[in-house]
Design a protein around this ligand. Structure first.
Ligand code: EPZ
Length: 455
């Protein structure tokens, strides 16, 4: 069994999904109601923030996904008592936080990228941090240079070895002026989680301002932090001596909501996404409307549906917030294979995030990827060297195929392509999808999908 297959199986097993593959009989619209809970990309960071509190924290709306289980396991290694008195609610007791053995930390190597965010909180609490080899989706190099440079600016000493990364702070951590070369979500979180208890003020320039970052700031403020978000991607953090625990309900998962919305469009369906809210999805909703999708915004969620008639082509470029998220393009591309005309999607956040389109081409889609991107597209932030463009010509009927899931969002798009296609598709490595989509099998059942699990 190769390492990707093993990782996929482990990810699935963490949330009770033991099947290795799913065979889908496509051609039926997805119809019904599903609920989205807290965002993977917030809940996991909120769990790390609990480590900074001297008193217990309570997080509600926590999704049952394997990334949450990985972070829970790692918190346990450091002596944080994590309990779940009811579904979706986690309690964190940090009274017995202690140093961990490297073997225990290393057992979490390769499972997620979140461990890098433990650096600041561990340095504050224990004076040192050991970080295992990181995991996460294979969608490019995904370096951590911004993280390590920021930690060094606070006074951390970073030693890299074959075992991972070891950090110490011989003179404590002090507030710093930091300019990120790119508004990285993770590096911004790294700075926030470190600066809140550093001595003095931190001035962060070029910060990411995604809604998940704002929700993390809200949590830190509940804990006692002083953080102000200034114009032009500047965040000021005044360090405090002590933080308490928090009680918080996680922001809904807008990436999951957008995924189901695209699934409704691709399968000619009608899906009510309970828990979704408009403000965080505005950019997505504009594109959805331009393509020809319809939505009704209600107090408790959003109904997304194919209103009949032809879908139209669109040109989008992924971007940092408030732009079109890179995590939204994969399911949307499946819907665009059914639009009449030529659509173009420019990926500007990651250098290698169109690999999943190969499987769509195998299923009958007409997608040409330009690995060098296309010139003259305006950018929200300074242009990066990495860029790719995908040109999608539709509509093309999709037919079933055997597919191996490459990464989280790509995997979800394969699943909905199979549901939209005529005939049968076998999709392997489905555990990867469980890393970020809660109760995926139950939700497919609720929406009337026709499938069997195997392996
Ligand atoms: C977060 O990843 C999300 N993951 C990603 O979601 C999301 O796609 C991404 O933000 C962008 O919104 C989590 O929150 C766990 P970045 P993150 O740092 O923080 C480069 C999903 O499917 N970079 O904003 O790792 C990097 O290579 C996932 O849910 C450096 O060069 O993203 C990328 O090209 C996938 N050096 C760009 O910046 C660094 O030190 C943006 O990455 C850090 C990042």
């Amino acid at each position: 069994m190769n390492s990707v297959v093993k990782d996929a199986r482990k990810a699935g097993e963490r949330v009770g999904l033991t099947a290795e593959s799913i065979t889908v009989r496509g051609g039926n619209p997805l119809r019904g109601r599903i609920e989205v809970r807290g965002a993977k990309n917030l809940a996991t960071k909120a769990m790390v923030a609990a480590l900074l509190g001297d008193t217990p924290s309570i997080l509600r709306g926590v999704p049952d996904i394997s990334d949450v289980q990985v972070v829970r396991g790692l918190l346990g290694v450091y002596g944080v008592r994590v309990t779940d008195p009811s579904p979706g609610e986690l309690h964190f007791d940090t009274a017995a936080v202690e140093k961990a053995h490297f073997a225990e930390i290393d057992a979490h190597a390769g499972a997620s990228r979140i461990p890098i965010l433990f650096c600041g909180p561990l340095l504050h609490r224990l004076g040192e941090a050991r970080i295992p080899d990181l995991g996460g989706c294979r969608i490019g190099d995904r370096p951590i240079d911004f993280h390590l440079d920021a930690l060094r600016a606070f006074g951390a000493v970073v030693d890299k070895s074959y075992e991972g990364i070891h950090l110490t702070a011989p003179n404590g951590l002090k507030g710093a002026e930091i300019t990120l070369p790119y508004p990285s979500v993770g590096a911004t979180e790294q700075v926030l989680l470190t600066a809140v208890r550093a001595k003095g003020t931190t001035e962060l320039h070029g910060a990411a301002i995604e809604p998940e970052i704002m929700d993390l700031i809200a949590i830190l403020q509940k804990m006692g932090a002083i953080i102000s978000v200034e114009p032009n991607r500047v965040i000021l953090i005044e360090g405090v001596d002590r933080l308490d625990g928090y009680r918080h309900t996680a922001l809904f998962d807008r990436n999951e909501a957008a995924s189901w919305a695209s699934a409704a469009l691709a399968t000619h369906g009608d899906i009510f996404v309970g828990g979704a809210s408009q403000a965080e999805l505005m950019t997505y909703l504009n594109v959805y409307r331009k393509v020809g999708g319809a939505f009704d915004i209600e107090d408790d969620g959003i109904r997304f549906y194919h209103p009949g008639g032809e879908l139209g082509p669109v040109t989008v470029e992924t971007d940092v917030h408030p732009g079109f998220m890179t995590d939204w393009q994969q399911p949307l591309i499946v819907a665009l294979t059914q639009a009449h005309g030529v659509s173009i999607v420019h990926e500007t956040v990651y250098e290698n995030r169109f690999g999943f389109t190969e499987a769509l081409v195998k299923m009958g889609a007409d997608i040409v990827v330009h690995p060098e991107g296309m010139p003259n597209v305006p950018r929200r932030v300074a242009r990066r060297a990495f860029e790719q463009s995908a040109v999608i010509t539709g509509p093309t009927p999709l037919h079933g195929a055997d597919i191996t899931v490459p990464d989280l969002r790509g995997g979800f798009s394969h699943l909905i392509a199979a549901l939209a296609a005529s005939g049968e598709s076998k999709i392997s490595n489905i555990g990867i999808i469980a890393r970020g989509y809660e109760h995926i099998i139950q939700k497919l059942e609720a929406l009337g999908a026709d499938f069997v699990l195997e392996g």
